[in-house]
Design a protein. Structure first.
Length: 271
């Protein structure tokens, strides 16, 4: 029996990702709290995970010797990436984060020193520069308080990621709000960047648009109009287009195929 696991499209380095990196690095450097908001499907989570490069530390125990593969991952890691659970409480936040803050701190100091000898727990707990919390809209006031307390204690920068309106919701909690240093809007791809990505990464989308064919130019314009730079919509639209093209044994893409694919999708106002 073969079991197919979902495969992720390769990461595309977009301008919005570069803007996010700059924002997250500022939160890390100044150890501030930052809020990043954006509409569903624009690529917040993927960008944050790519930036954080948070390694799997489940098999690592503080004070362990670190092998070269993990050492390389730890050296590349810029943040802990944590997804707030649907039913979060201060206890679950504490359990999910504290261990990783300590482990990552230990691992970073160990890699920097070349050996776990003499790594101090107090120093290790201050050696995690940034924690990114995804789905922060789910956080209750008590969980936010817990995060604020942890970030004060361990002095890590904190990035909260969520939907537009998150920053306004946080304004109600004065102590939390007063620590927010940066607010960042994660935007959809611009039209020019979509054209560039479709031209340079056609293989990743599984469909190419020949710039010398009128049908392909019209199809590309239709993709841009329908998806408005939203990554998730692009993925869903391209999947339908590939399906329709293979069912009909068509090789060349046209605006009609894009429209037929669009008619199969549910596109809500939030997209
Ligand atoms: N730079 C990128 N390169 C390749 N694929 C991307 C990129 N950004 C996003 N994607 C893909 O687009 C889809 C939506 O992205 P993601 O889940 O990050 O959106 P989101 O903004 O976090 O949405 P939500 O608000 O619903 O959580 C995912 O399948 C993701 O893999
Ligand atoms: Mg997300």
């Amino acid at each position: 029996m073969t079991i197919e696991l979902p495969v992720e499209q390769p990461f595309l380095p977009t301008r919005e990702h570069a803007r996010f990196v700059e924002f997250a690095e500022a939160c890390s450097r100044y150890r501030y709290i930052g809020v990043c908001h954006g509409r569903p499907g624009v690529g917040k989570t993927r960008s944050a995970r790519e930036f954080a490069s948070f390694p799997d530390l489940r098999g690592y125990g503080a004070c362990n010797v670190i092998g070269p593969t993990l050492a390389e991952k730890v050296a590349r890691c810029k943040a802990i990436f944590y997804t707030a659970g649907v039913s979060n409480t201060p206890k679950t936040i504490d359990a999910g984060l504290c261990v990783n803050v300590t482990k990552l701190g230990y691992a970073r100091l160990t890699v920097a020193a070349g050996s776990p000898e003499g790594v101090d727990i107090d120093q290790a707990q201050l050696a995690c520069p940034l924690v990114i919390v995804d789905e922060a809209d789910r956080l209750s006031i008590k969980s936010l308080e817990e995060l604020r307390d942890l970030s004060d204690r361990y002095r890590f920068g904190l990035v909260l990621m969520g939907m537009p309106g998150l920053e306004k919701r946080l304004a109600r909690y004065a102590q939390f709000y007063s620590r927010i240093g940066f607010v960042h809007e994660f935007k959809p791809l611009s039209e020019a960047e979509m054209r560039l990505l479709l031209a340079t990464h056609a293989a990743d989308f599984g469909i190419g648009f020949d710039p010398a064919q009128l049908d392909a130019i019209e199809a590309e314009a239709a993709v841009i109009r329908i998806t408005r730079g939203n990554f998730r919509l692009m993925e869903r639209l391209f999947a339908q287009m590939r399906r329709i093209m293979s069912l009909n044994r068509v090789e060349e893409v046209t605006a009609d195929i894009v429209q037929a694919a669009r008619d199969c999708l549910v596109i809500g106002p939030g997209n």
